[in-house]
Ligand binder design. Structure first.
Ligand code: ATP
Ligand code: MG
Length: 262
């Protein structure tokens, strides 16, 4: 059995966060352990409440998993506050975990999922111990301080984040304009561009969660960074193509597309 760990928030609408990670890993044949950092009350169009789990309880969840299973790969999503960012960073080092950090800052519906004062902790403690970091346009801008208008800026942002200590960086292009969506992958040496046709849909709730847990799942299976990203990105395209028109806002993706045949 291949294992992965997700350290993220709970999304009551199950389109993002822990619930989406669990679906993605399961669909990709990986047993996923879940460490909940925060409980959110949300649906496809808004977040109405956020209740953070105390950092020591986040640590205890990680300890409980690591005391019982041999886990190497995983991902982080919503970490909400500085205490949790610091605790999770400490545990990643302690257990030598190879983690895909999805540096979630703002939700699709506009809610703040990482407090302002925790962004510097993300840069200072988490990025230096990250295996992958997968910022979207706005997150890459916040982390690096540069404005991203095109692929050259995405490359520059990836270079800066790599210099902060991340082993691999993917600056995601979902929020840039154009018929083609370009993700920029950087391994500290060469840049690779992954291009896919833009799918015209509003139903992309949980896109970042799906991508990061798919990378972690493929890493658990193949132990190969570039192959894992390429497979995860391909899977991603399918989950958007098959996304679900449910709810009144941004509907969820469909990582279950191979199982649910409509
Ligand atoms: N409309 C689209 N068509 C095709 N691919 C897309 C589209 N939107 C996003 N993607 C891809 O999905 C992945 C997630 O990208 P995105 O930039 O949307 O992440 P995100 O903003 O973190 O998502 P979230 O809103 O869930 O936080 C990337 O690989 C990106 O290229
Ligand atoms: Mg995101």
């Amino acid at each position: 059995m291949n294992f992965a760990i997700t350290i993220a928030g709970s999304d009551s609408s199950s389109g993002a966060g822990i619930q989406e990670d669990l679906k993605t890993c399961t669909a990709l044949g990986v047993y996923c352990f879940t460490v909940i950092t925060s409980v959110t009350a949300q649906n496809t169009f808004q977040v109405t409440a956020i209740h953070d789990i105390p950092a020591d309880i986040v640590e205890k969840q990680i300890d409980a998993i690591m005391a019982d299973f041999s886990v190497k790969y995983g991902k982080t999503g919503m970490l909400s506050n500085e205490d949790i960012v610091r605790s999770v960073s400490k545990k990643i080092s302690e257990y030598d975990l190879k983690i895909v950090v999805d540096p979630v800052i703002v939700s699709k519906s506009g809610a703040i999922l990482l407090r302002e004062d925790a962004v510097s902790a993300l840069k200072r403690y988490l990025i230096p111990v990250a295996f992958f970091v997968t910022p979207n346009k706005e997150e890459a801008e916040r982390i690096t301080g540069i404005e991203i208008k095109g692929q050259k800026d995405m490359e520059e942002a990836a270079r800066i984040i790599h210099e902060m200590g991340a082993r691999y960086v993917v600056v995601k292009g979902g929020h840039l304009m154009g018929e083609v969506v370009v993700d920029v992958y950087y391994d500290g040496n060469i840049f690779r561009k992954f291009k896919f046709p833009r799918i015209n849909t509003k139903n992309t709730h949980g896109a970042g969660c799906t991508l990061s847990s798919a990378i972690a799942s493929y890493l658990a299976r193949y132990d190969n960074p570039i192959k894992s990203f390429a497979l995860a990105r391909k899977f991603m395209q399918k989950t958007i193509e098959k996304s679900l028109e449910i709810g009144h806002g941004h509907g969820p993706l469909n990582p279950m597309y191979r199982i649910w045949k409509f």
